[in-house]
Design a protein around this ligand. Sequence first.
Ligand code: TRP
Length: 372
Amino acid sequence: MTDEGSSRDAGDDLEASTSDASLRRTEARSAQIEAAIAADPSRFRIMTGDRPTGHLHVGHYFGSLHNRVRLQNAGVETFVLIADYQVITDRDAAGPLAERVRSLMADYLAIGLDPARTTIFTHSSVPALNQLLLPFLSLVTDSELYRNPTVKAEHEATGGRPMSGLLLTYPVHQAADILFCRANLVPVGKDQLPHLEQTRVVARRFDERYGRVHPDRPVFPQAEALLSAGSLILGMDGTKMSKSKGNTIELRMTADETARVLKKAVTDSTRTITYDPVGRPEVANLLTLAGLCSGRSPVEIADEIGDGGGGGLKRYLTEVLNETFAPIRARRAELDADPGHLQAVLREGNRRANEVADATLDDVRTAMGMSY
Ligand code: TRP
Protein backbone atom coordinates (compact mmCIF):
# COMPACT_ATOMS: atom_id res chain seq x y z
CA MET A 1 0.00 0.00 0.00
CA THR A 2 1.05 3.60 -0.31
CA ASP A 3 1.99 4.67 3.13
CA GLU A 4 2.60 8.26 4.13
CA GLY A 5 6.34 8.26 3.64
CA SER A 6 6.77 5.26 5.89
CA SER A 7 7.15 1.58 5.14
CA ARG A 8 4.94 0.51 8.04
CA ASP A 9 1.46 -0.72 7.43
CA ALA A 10 -0.66 0.95 10.07
CA GLY A 11 -3.62 -1.34 9.42
CA ASP A 12 -1.54 -4.26 10.60
CA ASP A 13 -0.35 -2.26 13.59
CA LEU A 14 -3.95 -1.56 14.55
CA GLU A 15 -4.81 -5.22 14.52
CA ALA A 16 -1.55 -6.19 16.18
CA SER A 17 -2.22 -3.75 19.02
CA THR A 18 -4.78 -6.19 20.44
CA SER A 19 -2.70 -9.38 19.98
CA ASP A 20 -1.64 -11.28 23.11
CA ALA A 21 2.06 -10.46 22.81
CA SER A 22 1.36 -6.80 22.22
CA LEU A 23 -1.07 -6.72 25.13
CA ARG A 24 1.57 -8.17 27.44
CA ARG A 25 4.04 -5.53 26.29
CA THR A 26 1.48 -2.81 26.95
CA GLU A 27 0.82 -4.25 30.41
CA ALA A 28 4.52 -4.37 31.24
CA ARG A 29 4.97 -0.84 29.95
CA SER A 30 2.01 0.32 32.07
CA ALA A 31 3.83 -0.89 35.18
CA GLN A 32 6.94 1.12 34.19
CA ILE A 33 4.82 4.19 33.56
CA GLU A 34 3.26 3.89 37.01
CA ALA A 35 6.77 3.95 38.51
CA ALA A 36 7.70 6.98 36.39
CA ILE A 37 4.56 8.81 37.54
CA ALA A 38 5.44 8.15 41.16
CA ALA A 39 8.93 9.57 40.52
CA ASP A 40 7.86 12.67 38.56
CA PRO A 41 4.18 13.25 37.69
CA SER A 42 4.98 16.51 35.88
CA ARG A 43 6.36 14.57 32.90
CA PHE A 44 2.89 13.38 32.05
CA ARG A 45 -0.33 14.78 30.72
CA ILE A 46 -3.37 12.55 30.74
CA MET A 47 -6.29 12.62 28.38
CA THR A 48 -9.34 10.42 28.70
CA GLY A 49 -13.07 10.65 28.37
CA ASP A 50 -16.53 9.16 28.22
CA ARG A 51 -19.41 9.22 25.84
CA PRO A 52 -22.43 10.89 27.43
CA THR A 53 -24.80 7.95 26.93
CA GLY A 54 -26.28 7.64 30.43
CA HIS A 55 -25.43 7.66 34.10
CA LEU A 56 -22.12 6.27 35.30
CA HIS A 57 -22.27 3.05 37.29
CA VAL A 58 -20.16 1.10 39.77
CA GLY A 59 -18.55 -0.83 36.88
CA HIS A 60 -17.21 2.46 35.51
CA TYR A 61 -16.14 3.45 38.99
CA PHE A 62 -13.99 0.42 39.70
CA GLY A 63 -12.92 0.01 36.06
CA SER A 64 -11.71 3.53 35.33
CA LEU A 65 -13.07 6.48 37.33
CA HIS A 66 -11.39 5.56 40.55
CA ASN A 67 -8.08 5.29 38.68
CA ARG A 68 -8.51 8.74 37.13
CA VAL A 69 -8.93 10.30 40.53
CA ARG A 70 -5.88 8.43 41.79
CA LEU A 71 -3.74 9.75 38.90
CA GLN A 72 -5.06 13.28 39.36
CA ASN A 73 -4.23 13.09 43.05
CA ALA A 74 -0.76 11.77 42.21
CA GLY A 75 -0.19 15.13 40.50
CA VAL A 76 -0.64 14.33 36.82
CA GLU A 77 -2.31 17.10 34.82
CA THR A 78 -5.52 15.60 33.50
CA PHE A 79 -8.00 16.38 30.71
CA VAL A 80 -11.39 14.64 30.80
CA LEU A 81 -13.52 14.81 27.70
CA ILE A 82 -17.28 14.45 27.57
CA ALA A 83 -17.31 13.06 24.04
CA ASP A 84 -20.59 14.48 22.79
CA TYR A 85 -19.66 14.27 19.11
CA GLN A 86 -18.80 10.60 19.58
CA VAL A 87 -22.34 9.63 20.58
CA ILE A 88 -23.62 10.51 17.12
CA THR A 89 -21.31 7.99 15.43
CA ASP A 90 -23.42 4.88 15.79
CA ARG A 91 -26.90 6.00 16.80
CA ASP A 92 -29.83 7.70 15.17
CA ALA A 93 -30.69 9.56 18.34
CA ALA A 94 -28.12 10.91 20.74
CA GLY A 95 -30.69 11.18 23.56
CA PRO A 96 -31.17 14.13 25.90
CA LEU A 97 -27.57 15.34 25.63
CA ALA A 98 -27.68 18.41 27.87
CA GLU A 99 -29.14 16.35 30.68
CA ARG A 100 -26.58 13.59 30.22
CA VAL A 101 -23.69 16.02 30.15
CA ARG A 102 -24.95 17.57 33.39
CA SER A 103 -25.26 14.14 34.99
CA LEU A 104 -21.70 13.22 33.95
CA MET A 105 -20.44 16.46 35.43
CA ALA A 106 -22.17 15.63 38.72
CA ASP A 107 -20.70 12.11 38.67
CA TYR A 108 -17.20 13.41 37.94
CA LEU A 109 -17.16 16.01 40.67
CA ALA A 110 -18.79 13.65 43.16
CA ILE A 111 -16.11 10.98 42.75
CA GLY A 112 -13.39 13.56 43.34
CA LEU A 113 -12.27 14.97 40.00
CA ASP A 114 -11.12 18.43 40.98
CA PRO A 115 -11.68 21.21 38.44
CA ALA A 116 -8.68 23.09 39.83
CA ARG A 117 -6.43 20.27 38.63
CA THR A 118 -8.49 18.55 35.94
CA THR A 119 -9.95 20.16 32.82
CA ILE A 120 -13.40 18.77 32.06
CA PHE A 121 -14.79 19.78 28.67
CA THR A 122 -17.15 18.87 25.82
CA HIS A 123 -16.15 18.15 22.19
CA SER A 124 -18.70 20.48 20.70
CA SER A 125 -17.38 23.46 22.67
CA VAL A 126 -13.83 23.30 21.30
CA PRO A 127 -13.75 24.24 17.59
CA ALA A 128 -9.95 24.02 17.21
CA LEU A 129 -9.94 20.43 18.45
CA ASN A 130 -12.44 19.45 15.80
CA GLN A 131 -10.55 21.33 13.11
CA LEU A 132 -7.56 19.03 13.62
CA LEU A 133 -9.69 16.29 12.09
CA LEU A 134 -9.12 17.71 8.58
CA PRO A 135 -5.32 17.50 8.39
CA PHE A 136 -5.43 14.24 10.35
CA LEU A 137 -7.84 12.62 7.90
CA SER A 138 -5.39 13.40 5.11
CA LEU A 139 -2.81 11.26 6.90
CA VAL A 140 -4.80 8.00 7.04
CA THR A 141 -6.07 5.67 4.36
CA ASP A 142 -9.58 4.32 4.01
CA SER A 143 -8.35 0.73 4.30
CA GLU A 144 -6.80 1.47 7.70
CA LEU A 145 -10.13 2.82 8.85
CA TYR A 146 -12.09 -0.19 7.56
CA ARG A 147 -9.70 -2.52 9.40
CA ASN A 148 -9.96 -0.79 12.78
CA PRO A 149 -11.27 -3.57 15.08
CA THR A 150 -13.28 -1.15 17.23
CA VAL A 151 -14.98 0.38 14.22
CA LYS A 152 -15.78 -3.13 12.98
CA ALA A 153 -17.20 -4.18 16.35
CA GLU A 154 -19.31 -1.06 16.70
CA HIS A 155 -20.57 -1.40 13.17
CA GLU A 156 -21.60 -4.99 13.83
CA ALA A 157 -23.42 -3.86 16.98
CA THR A 158 -25.63 -1.54 14.91
CA GLY A 159 -27.33 -4.58 13.38
CA GLY A 160 -26.27 -4.20 9.78
CA ARG A 161 -27.21 -0.56 9.36
CA PRO A 162 -25.01 1.21 6.80
CA MET A 163 -21.91 2.70 8.41
CA SER A 164 -21.87 6.47 8.74
CA GLY A 165 -18.83 8.40 7.58
CA LEU A 166 -18.38 9.54 11.15
CA LEU A 167 -18.30 6.00 12.54
CA LEU A 168 -15.65 5.11 9.97
CA THR A 169 -13.51 8.11 10.85
CA TYR A 170 -14.13 8.49 14.57
CA PRO A 171 -10.78 6.91 15.53
CA VAL A 172 -9.16 9.88 13.78
CA HIS A 173 -11.43 12.24 15.67
CA GLN A 174 -10.35 10.47 18.85
CA ALA A 175 -6.73 11.08 17.78
CA ALA A 176 -7.63 14.78 17.72
CA ASP A 177 -9.03 14.43 21.27
CA ILE A 178 -5.72 13.08 22.46
CA LEU A 179 -3.40 15.24 20.40
CA PHE A 180 -5.07 18.63 20.77
CA CYS A 181 -3.71 18.82 24.32
CA ARG A 182 -0.54 16.88 23.42
CA ALA A 183 -1.34 14.22 25.99
CA ASN A 184 1.29 11.53 26.35
CA LEU A 185 -0.73 9.17 28.51
CA VAL A 186 -4.17 7.71 27.93
CA PRO A 187 -5.69 5.47 30.61
CA VAL A 188 -7.96 3.10 28.69
CA GLY A 189 -9.29 -0.41 28.55
CA LYS A 190 -7.85 -2.73 25.93
CA ASP A 191 -10.76 -2.17 23.52
CA GLN A 192 -9.37 1.32 22.92
CA LEU A 193 -5.82 0.25 22.01
CA PRO A 194 -6.37 0.34 18.24
CA HIS A 195 -7.41 4.00 18.57
CA LEU A 196 -4.26 4.74 20.45
CA GLU A 197 -2.16 3.07 17.77
CA GLN A 198 -4.00 5.15 15.17
CA THR A 199 -3.20 8.25 17.23
CA ARG A 200 0.50 7.41 17.24
CA VAL A 201 0.41 6.83 13.47
CA VAL A 202 -1.22 10.21 12.90
CA ALA A 203 1.33 11.98 15.14
CA ARG A 204 4.25 10.27 13.39
CA ARG A 205 2.99 10.98 9.90
CA PHE A 206 2.25 14.60 10.75
CA ASP A 207 5.90 14.94 11.79
CA GLU A 208 7.11 13.20 8.62
CA ARG A 209 4.96 15.26 6.30
CA TYR A 210 4.96 18.73 7.88
CA GLY A 211 7.97 18.77 10.15
CA ARG A 212 8.52 20.73 13.32
CA VAL A 213 7.78 24.12 14.75
CA HIS A 214 10.14 23.72 17.69
CA PRO A 215 13.26 21.91 16.42
CA ASP A 216 13.70 19.84 19.56
CA ARG A 217 10.34 18.06 19.45
CA PRO A 218 7.60 17.01 17.05
CA VAL A 219 4.33 18.99 17.06
CA PHE A 220 2.58 15.94 18.55
CA PRO A 221 4.01 13.48 21.09
CA GLN A 222 3.62 9.71 20.93
CA ALA A 223 0.81 8.93 23.35
CA GLU A 224 0.99 5.77 25.39
CA ALA A 225 -1.74 3.63 26.90
CA LEU A 226 -1.98 3.19 30.60
CA LEU A 227 -3.93 -0.01 30.63
CA SER A 228 -6.79 -0.04 33.10
CA ALA A 229 -8.54 -3.17 34.23
CA GLY A 230 -11.57 -2.27 32.15
CA SER A 231 -14.91 -3.52 33.28
CA LEU A 232 -14.19 -5.87 36.14
CA ILE A 233 -17.77 -6.58 36.98
CA LEU A 234 -20.85 -7.85 35.21
CA GLY A 235 -24.37 -6.51 35.41
CA MET A 236 -26.79 -7.81 38.01
CA ASP A 237 -28.23 -10.27 35.47
CA GLY A 238 -24.81 -11.82 34.85
CA THR A 239 -24.34 -10.22 31.41
CA LYS A 240 -22.09 -7.25 30.61
CA MET A 241 -22.92 -4.28 32.83
CA SER A 242 -24.30 -1.76 30.43
CA LYS A 243 -26.21 1.44 30.69
CA SER A 244 -28.57 0.29 27.95
CA LYS A 245 -29.44 -3.04 29.60
CA GLY A 246 -30.81 -1.65 32.84
CA ASN A 247 -28.68 -4.10 34.83
CA THR A 248 -26.47 -1.51 36.47
CA ILE A 249 -26.00 0.03 39.88
CA GLU A 250 -25.60 3.68 39.12
CA LEU A 251 -23.51 6.03 41.22
CA ARG A 252 -26.53 8.29 41.62
CA MET A 253 -28.89 5.63 43.00
CA THR A 254 -30.12 5.85 46.58
CA ALA A 255 -29.37 3.16 49.16
CA ASP A 256 -32.95 1.86 48.81
CA GLU A 257 -32.80 1.72 45.03
CA THR A 258 -29.51 -0.17 45.32
CA ALA A 259 -31.08 -2.68 47.71
CA ARG A 260 -33.97 -3.21 45.28
CA VAL A 261 -31.65 -3.84 42.31
CA LEU A 262 -29.47 -6.22 44.32
CA LYS A 263 -32.50 -8.18 45.55
CA LYS A 264 -33.26 -9.00 41.93
CA ALA A 265 -29.66 -9.90 41.07
CA VAL A 266 -29.28 -13.32 39.45
CA THR A 267 -27.52 -16.01 41.51
CA ASP A 268 -27.86 -19.80 41.21
CA SER A 269 -29.54 -22.70 43.01
CA THR A 270 -26.53 -23.86 45.05
CA ARG A 271 -27.06 -22.65 48.60
CA THR A 272 -23.50 -22.55 49.94
CA ILE A 273 -21.64 -19.52 48.64
CA THR A 274 -18.27 -20.25 47.02
CA TYR A 275 -16.02 -18.12 44.85
CA ASP A 276 -15.91 -19.92 41.50
CA PRO A 277 -15.67 -17.44 38.59
CA VAL A 278 -15.89 -20.17 35.94
CA GLY A 279 -18.55 -22.44 37.40
CA ARG A 280 -20.62 -19.79 39.21
CA PRO A 281 -20.03 -16.51 37.33
CA GLU A 282 -23.04 -14.62 38.76
CA VAL A 283 -22.21 -15.41 42.39
CA ALA A 284 -18.50 -14.71 41.75
CA ASN A 285 -19.42 -11.36 40.25
CA LEU A 286 -21.33 -10.30 43.38
CA LEU A 287 -18.40 -11.47 45.50
CA THR A 288 -15.94 -9.51 43.36
CA LEU A 289 -18.03 -6.38 43.76
CA ALA A 290 -18.30 -6.95 47.51
CA GLY A 291 -14.52 -7.40 47.58
CA LEU A 292 -13.89 -4.14 45.71
CA CYS A 293 -16.19 -2.26 48.08
CA SER A 294 -14.87 -3.76 51.30
CA GLY A 295 -11.20 -4.21 50.42
CA ARG A 296 -11.48 -7.88 51.39
CA SER A 297 -10.85 -10.91 49.20
CA PRO A 298 -13.86 -12.52 47.49
CA VAL A 299 -12.83 -15.94 48.87
CA GLU A 300 -12.81 -14.66 52.44
CA ILE A 301 -16.26 -13.14 51.97
CA ALA A 302 -17.59 -16.37 50.43
CA ASP A 303 -16.29 -18.39 53.41
CA GLU A 304 -17.89 -16.02 55.83
CA ILE A 305 -21.29 -16.11 54.14
CA GLY A 306 -21.20 -19.85 53.46
CA ASP A 307 -24.67 -21.26 54.11
CA GLY A 308 -26.15 -17.78 54.27
CA GLY A 309 -26.80 -18.36 50.57
CA GLY A 310 -27.64 -15.82 47.86
CA GLY A 311 -29.79 -13.85 50.31
CA GLY A 312 -26.93 -13.50 52.76
CA LEU A 313 -24.53 -12.49 50.02
CA LYS A 314 -26.91 -9.85 48.70
CA ARG A 315 -27.48 -8.44 52.17
CA TYR A 316 -23.73 -8.16 52.73
CA LEU A 317 -23.13 -6.62 49.30
CA THR A 318 -25.93 -4.10 49.80
CA GLU A 319 -24.39 -3.03 53.08
CA VAL A 320 -20.80 -2.60 51.87
CA LEU A 321 -21.78 -1.05 48.56
CA ASN A 322 -24.07 1.51 50.16
CA GLU A 323 -21.41 2.29 52.74
CA THR A 324 -18.70 2.75 50.09
CA PHE A 325 -20.79 5.04 47.92
CA ALA A 326 -22.58 7.00 50.65
CA PRO A 327 -20.14 9.96 50.64
CA ILE A 328 -20.04 10.08 46.83
CA ARG A 329 -23.82 9.95 46.67
CA ALA A 330 -24.23 12.67 49.28
CA ARG A 331 -21.89 14.96 47.31
CA ARG A 332 -23.64 14.06 44.10
CA ALA A 333 -27.04 15.00 45.52
CA GLU A 334 -25.67 18.41 46.53
CA LEU A 335 -24.16 18.95 43.10
CA ASP A 336 -27.36 17.89 41.41
CA ALA A 337 -29.20 20.57 43.33
CA ASP A 338 -26.85 23.24 41.98
CA PRO A 339 -26.94 23.14 38.17
CA GLY A 340 -25.47 26.65 38.00
CA HIS A 341 -22.29 25.39 39.62
CA LEU A 342 -22.01 22.42 37.25
CA GLN A 343 -22.46 24.73 34.29
CA ALA A 344 -19.83 27.15 35.59
CA VAL A 345 -17.32 24.30 36.03
CA LEU A 346 -17.94 23.04 32.51
CA ARG A 347 -17.66 26.54 31.05
CA GLU A 348 -14.33 27.07 32.76
CA GLY A 349 -13.13 23.65 31.51
CA ASN A 350 -14.22 24.53 28.01
CA ARG A 351 -12.46 27.90 28.21
CA ARG A 352 -9.23 26.21 29.22
CA ALA A 353 -9.58 23.46 26.59
CA ASN A 354 -10.08 26.14 23.93
CA GLU A 355 -6.95 27.96 25.06
CA VAL A 356 -4.92 24.77 24.73
CA ALA A 357 -6.54 23.75 21.43
CA ASP A 358 -5.99 27.21 19.89
CA ALA A 359 -2.29 27.09 20.77
CA THR A 360 -1.96 23.63 19.20
CA LEU A 361 -3.82 24.67 16.06
CA ASP A 362 -1.47 27.65 15.74
CA ASP A 363 1.48 25.25 15.67
CA VAL A 364 -0.33 23.09 13.15
CA ARG A 365 -0.95 26.08 10.88
CA THR A 366 2.69 27.10 11.18
CA ALA A 367 3.93 23.59 10.38
CA MET A 368 1.56 23.35 7.41
CA GLY A 369 2.53 26.79 6.06
CA MET A 370 -0.95 28.15 6.68
CA SER A 371 -0.21 31.10 8.96
CA TYR A 372 -1.57 34.07 7.07
N1 TRP B 1 -14.01 6.15 22.94
C1 TRP B 1 -14.07 6.30 24.38
C2 TRP B 1 -15.19 5.39 24.91
O1 TRP B 1 -16.04 4.98 24.16
C3 TRP B 1 -14.34 7.73 24.81
C4 TRP B 1 -13.29 8.67 24.32
C5 TRP B 1 -13.46 9.66 23.39
C6 TRP B 1 -11.90 8.71 24.70
N2 TRP B 1 -12.31 10.32 23.18
C7 TRP B 1 -11.33 9.77 23.97
C8 TRP B 1 -11.13 7.95 25.58
C9 TRP B 1 -9.96 10.08 24.08
C10 TRP B 1 -9.76 8.26 25.69
C11 TRP B 1 -9.20 9.32 24.95
O2 TRP B 1 -15.20 5.12 26.08
